[in-house]
Structure formats: C-alpha cells, structure tokens
Design a protein around this ligand. Sequence first.
Ligand code: ADP
Length: 200
Amino acid sequence: MRLILLGPPGAGKGTQAQRLVEKHGIVQLSTGDMLRAAVSAGTPIGLKAKDIMARGDLVPDEVAVGIVSDRIAEPDAKNGFILDGFPRTVPQAEALDRMLAAKGLELDAVVELKVDEQALLDRIATRIAQMRSRGEKIRPDDNPESLKTRLHAYRVQTAPLLDHYGKKGLVRSVDGMAPIAAVAAAIDRALEARMAAGGG
Ligand code: ADP
C-alpha cells in the first residue's frame, strides 16, 4: 500500500502514520523527520535546511524530492510506504508522479485530515506546554511566529495538492478533529473501501 497523509501542522499525521505502519507493515517516510535528522547530523542538506525550517518556511523542492527519491529506493520501502509531510507543493507532487511511474508504481490513496485552524493552534500550544513540563526539547519551529508561517505554507502551497490528487480520484477526507481512535477508524474505512474498489 502506498499512501500520502495530507493535513496542516498539528493535524495528527504522525500519530496516524505510526499506527498505519504497524497495521500494514509498511514504512513511514516523514520528510520533516529526515530533515531534522540532517540538521542534527550537520550534513550539507541539514546546514541548508536549518534556518528555513526554524522560520517555518518550506525547504527547496529539489531538497525534499532528493531525500524522498533516495529513501523510496531502499529495500524496506518495497512493501509500501506512507508519505508524511511529502509532497508539500505541486512541483513535489509532479516529481513524485514521475518517480513512481518510472518504477511502475501507483499511489493507492491520499488521506486528508481535515481540521479547524484555531483548534490546531490550541493543540500545538498544549503539545508544547506538555513537552516543556516533561523537560523535553521543543522544536525550533514550535513557536507562534513560525507556526503561523507553517499554516500559511500549508494553505498556499500544500492545499492545492487536494486538487492535483482529486483529479486522479485519490483523495479521501477524514475529520481530523475527532478523537484519535475515531480518526483511525475513519481512515481504515476509507482505505478498505478504496482497496475493495480495486486499488493495489
Ligand atoms: P509539520 O507538519 O508539523 O509542520 P514536519 O515535521 O512535516 O512538520 O516539517 C517540518 C519542516 O520541515 C517544515 O516546516 C519544512 O520547513 C520542512 N519540510 C518537511 N517536509 C518538507 C517538504 N516536503 N518540502 C519542503 N519542506 C519540508
């Protein structure tokens, strides 16, 4: 199974991706995690991405496309994957379309987590407060200014993907405001219907 999880920051993509990984035995490819690892390791990509990410802006398309194309070529992605945080722009989606076509692969679904923006801000504020009280490290882009930039980037650069994939009949929208287990159940129902309808 090859899926994309789409939704603004704080929509719960990471939580749902982890569960789907366990359920379907596929890998989660999170460009945010990969970029944060590159920043921590101080690689050339990390050095380039560090300030851009802290501001909440998107890294250049070729950087994101490069890390994904290397990653989906690895053996553990053979069974399938969930893309979490990629693609984030129409050019990235077009690059992914070409990457998959070259391998003779197809996407099964694009799951949209629909959420209310004010609720997102509240959710993220809660998450930050909890992490702080546990003494955990806060992401440099988890501050009100960068968060606004991240939400803006989603609205302007990423939301158009709903149209790109909608035209291909791949989008399944789920209410991301429901409790975690209810979101999970709604995703499962959407995917079952999709696979029964002839997806891979
Ligand atoms: P969130 O969904 O919480 O905003 P992510 O962990 O997915 O966070 O991404 C964090 C940051 O990493 C983004 O704000 C952006 O700077 C960078 N990033 C991640 N994925 C991409 C991508 N596909 N294209 C461009 N930038 C990306």
